[in-house]
Design a protein around this ligand. Structure first.
Ligand SMILES: [Cu+2]
Length: 225
C-alpha cells in the first residue's frame, strides 16, 4: 500500500471511531433523534389509563434550531426524553397527562387561553393545586398552551419564576411548574395538537418557526383501536 493509501485508511478509521463515539454519547445522554412516533398503546393493559409526561423548554439547545422553544416527551419504556410530538394512543381511553413546564411567559393577547378546557370539571392542577383559569396578568404570565382543537382540550402552561433552564432535556433542579390533567381519547383518527401562545420569538407575530414546525410547538395524536 502506498503511503497515501495508508494515510487514507488511518484517516477513514479515525473518522469512523469519532462517529461511533459521537453516536454513543448522543444515544446515552441526548434526548434522541427528533421525529418518529412514541407508542403509548402497549404500556398498560387494555382499558387502563395512559400516563403521558411531557416537558416544555424555552430553548431546545440542540439540532438544527437550538434556540427554538419546544415540547419533549418522556418515552414510556426507557424514561428518556424524546424530541417527538407524535404520540400513538389507544382509542376511548383516559390519558393522565403531566406537563413539566420550564419556560417563562408573558400576559396573553387573548385571555381565553388562560382557561382550562376539556378536562373533567374543566380543571387542571398547578403544582398540586386545582385551577380552572389563570390570570396571565399575574406572575410571569403564560408561556404556552397544550391544545387539541378538535377535542376542545386546552391547558395554559404557567410561566416559571427565575432563570429558565437553558438546554433540554431540563431537570427538576431548574425552575419548573408541574401541571396535570386528564382527557379522554375519542375513536381512532389523527388529531392535531398545538400551542396557541405565539411563542415563536423573532418570527412575524410570533407564529412562525417553532409554532409551525412539527416536533416543536405542535404535533399529532395517532389514536388507534
Ligand atoms: Cu408555545
Amino acid at each position: 500500500m502506498t503511503q497515501g493509501g495508508r494515510l487514507g485508511t488511518v484517516l477513514g478509521l479515525f473518522l469512523v471511531a469519532v462517529g461511533l463515539v459521537v453516536w454513543a454519547v448522543y444515544g446515552l445522554l441526548g434526548p434522541g433523534v427528533p421525529g418518529g412516533v412514541v407508542d403509548f398503546t402497549t404500556t398498560q393493559s387494555a382499558g387502563q389509563p395512559v400516563n403521558l409526561t411531557v416537558q416544555t423548554v424555552g430553548a431546545i439547545g440542540f439540532g438544527s434550531h437550538p434556540t427554538w422553544v419546544s415540547y419533549l416527551v418522556k418515552d414510556p419504556k426507557s424514561g428518556k426524553w424524546l424530541h417527538t410530538t407524535t404520540w400513538k394512543l389507544p382509542a376511548n381511553t383516559v390519558v393522565h397527562m403531566t406537563i413539566d413546564q420550564y419556560d417563562s411567559g408573558s400576559p396573553l393577547r387573548n385571555q381565553e387561553w388562560g382557561q382550562v378546557m376539556g378536562t373533567p370539571g374543566n380543571t387542571a392542577t398547578l403544582n398540586g393545586k386545582s385551577f380552572k383559569v389563570y390570570d396571565s396578568n399575574s406572575g410571569g404570565g403564560v408561556g404556552h398552551t397544550f391544545t387539541i382543537p378538535t377535542l376542545n382540550v386546552s391547558i395554559p402552561l404557567i410561566s416559571v419564576v427565575g432563570t429558565p433552564c437553558g438546554q433540554a432535556p431540563c431537570h427538576f433542579n431548574s425552575p419548573h411548574n408541574i401541571e396535570s390533567f386528564s382527557f379522554k381519547t375519542p375513536g381512532p383518527g389523527t388529531y392535531n395538537w398545538q400551542c396557541f401562545v405565539p411563542c415563536g420569538l423573532g418570527y412575524l407575530f410570533g407564529n412562525g418557526g417553532p409554532m409551525s414546525t412539527q416536533n416543536y410547538m405542535g404535533g399529532e395524536l395517532e389514536v388507534v383501536n
